[in-house]
Design a protein around this ligand. Sequence first.
Ligand SMILES: Nc1ncnc2c1ncn2[C@@H]1O[C@H](COP(=O)(O)OP(=O)(O)OP(=O)(O)O)[C@@H](O)[C@H]1O
Ligand SMILES: [Mg+2]
Length: 200
Amino acid sequence: MKLAVANLKGGAGKTTTAVYLANAFARQGRTLLIDADPQGSALSWSETAGDFPLPVVAAPVKDLNRRVPQLAEGYVHVVIDTPPGELAITRSAMLAADVVLIPLPPSLMDLDRLRPTLEVLAELEGLHDPEMYCLLTRVRKGTRSSRAAREVLTDLGLNVMEAEVSLREGYANGFGLSLTEELGEYEEVLRELQGQVKQA
Ligand SMILES: Nc1ncnc2c1ncn2[C@@H]1O[C@H](COP(=O)(O)OP(=O)(O)OP(=O)(O)O)[C@@H](O)[C@H]1O
Ligand SMILES: [Mg+2]
């Protein structure tokens, strides 16, 4: 699976999602994590960890779709972390992917700021049609916000994953760790993705 984690809004949970999911994929087959964010957060995560269980390469470029086939050679899965606010890179990552995962917290502001990301995807229609899923992250358990966000997203005609990621210190504190054991709810996210996505 080639999966791009995208949301033009900053701080939506892209890097956390990309790193946890890449670690989950890596348990199943050779996985490459491509850090397409010039800030390089995923790369510094892996460097800080030292014994990170999969390779991470930096490629903050606008022609990612042309480079990915070569980068991906020999890998079963590729996960791409994308930057906030960088339209061209995000677009090329979407072009390179068969699945686009959009993480977002279930807040009104994050829902409101989703439009530019959806517009990039819409522009690709006909040219490239990856499967697209929203993933609710930083969900406060026992509050209405996740249900309300699901409703808004579904009304927009978007697929929302059943699995969701809770607001937990553990995820925030995962930065710089190699995540060899506990992948939390991301294991469920991976299971659902693999169940849903047509095998490309
Ligand atoms: N489930 C979670 N629970 C608690 N904190 C989280 C969770 N997911 C992410 N965070 C924290 O939220 C912040 C933003 O997450 P992250 O860096 O993954 O977002 P991003 O979309 O990659 O941001 P940017 O747009 O700057 O690249 C980080 O401090 C991260 O540790
Ligand atoms: Mg990031």
